[in-house]
Design a protein around this ligand. Structure first.
Ligand code: DP6
Length: 362
């Protein structure tokens, strides 16, 4: 598929109004996306677990209007929200070529998250994928051709992911589950334009994998991901990093099939630390980890060694720690989290999640 394939060619302009609703999850990358080219094209491939419970629910109500400019209102958790407007405006501008009906309607966008507001959890992946899916449902309602074939289902998901990517790169990996690859590579079916469900073998060790998100710092990040990505331009280690991501993805594919948990831990933790190493070696350099992030990492390493556990950590572009572990270790690991790690979480907060199957129309 190319960009051209995602341009809506014709639609029924007689539909006056309607409403659609989706819930879409967050995702956690195992091989990280860090560095992008123009138009949100990633510099390297990434793969993520789709989460189950951390999600955004978005309802979009559309009403016909005179075609002049974009028109929308956003309600976040019941209250009108002006702060999100510029982001949505930019998003609409980026996707208008692909959705020529956007200026024909006024949109009321009502959105809420299952995870606490300002928990420091990136809501852009779930938020942008949820709105992209709503717009796709509207496109489907306006489309002259109504078709329920597998082909049209795939087109729907691919285009939803394509649009979500233009909102926020990692959002393109939130449409489907349980593992999604984004970015052209030689090991898996893939595209730079949208996320693709990972179709390789997945050993039962990885079924219902658990993710406990330890909220170390709920504050606003000092450096946004968008700025961080840009600092990979001219970064002294960029070339090596991008090629490492290809190798790690190839290795991970084999590991997912074989169920080798020890090898999984090594790749996942190395990816997390490499991501933060890139931040620390950018110019300007920055650190998003906090002292408690390191305390938690050290505790996890201790626990793993002492208990022959397969627990590991990963990090996003922030201080919070995602603790990943097989379902078989759930009871013991939660005991450990409660007794040893909660002390390092802001107000003792953490979120229990696991791998999920992707977005749902409500
Ligand atoms: C560190 O997708 O938030 O979470 O494309 O600028 O919106 P933009 O960035 P974003 O980058 C997140 C990167 C990451 C790693 C990952 O999810 O792969």
């Amino acid at each position: 598929m190319t960009e051209q394939d995602f341009i809506l060619k014709s639609y029924n302009s007689n539909i006056e109004n309607g409403s659609v609703k989706w819930s879409s999850p967050s995702n956690i990358a195992l091989v990280k996306y860090w560095g992008k080219k123009e138009h949100q094209i990633p510099e390297n491939p990434s793969i993520s677990f789709t989460l189950s419970d951390c999600k955004t629910t978005t309802e979009v109500t559309y009403t016909k209007k005179e075609n002049k400019d974009f028109s929308f209102d956003i309600y976040f958790e019941g209250e009108q929200n002006e702060a999100f407007k510029p982001k949505i405006q930019t998003f609409f501008e980026r996707i208008e070529t692909y959705m020529p009906f956007l200026k024909d309607y006024h949109f009321k966008i009502e959105t809420s998250n299952t995870f606490p507001h300002s928990s420091g959890i990136a809501s852009s992946a779930s938020g942008m994928s949820a709105i992209a899916l709503c717009l796709m449902s509207i496109e489907k309602e306006l489309s002259a051709i109504q078709n329920e074939s597998e082909e049209s289902h795939n087109y729907f998901n691919n285009k939803a992911s394509f649009l979500a990517r233009l909102g926020s790169g990692s959002a393109c990996r939130s449409i489907e589950g349980e593992l999604v690859v984004w970015g052209k590579n030689e090991s898996t079916e893939s595209s730079d334009l949208y996320g693709v469900k990972f179709e390789g073998d997945v050993h039962p060790n990885f079924h219902e994998y658990q993710d406990a998100i330890l909220l170390v710092d709920k504050g606003e990040k000092q450096v946004s991901s968008t700025v961080g990505h840009k600092l990979m331009f001219g970064h002294p280690f960029a070339k090596e990093r991008f090629s490492q991501a290809h190798h790690n993805l190839a290795k991970l594919k084999v590991i997912l099939a074989s169920g080798d948990l020890k090898a999984f831990v090594k790749i996942v933790e190395s990816e997390a630390l490499t991501l933060h190493a890139m931040m620390m070696t950018s110019m300007p350099y920055f650190i998003l980890m906090k002292p408690n992030t390191l305390e938690i990492i050290n505790k996890i390493w201790e626990y793993r060694a002492e208990n022959d556990s397969n627990i590991c950590f990963t990090l996003d572009a922030g201080a919070n720690v995602h603790v990943l572990f097989p379902k078989a270790e759930k009871d013991q690991v939660y005991e450990f989290i409660k007794s040893e790690l909660v002390a390092y979480c802001q107000n003792g907060h953490y979120i229990c999640d696991s791998v999920g199957k992707g977005a749902k129309r409500l």
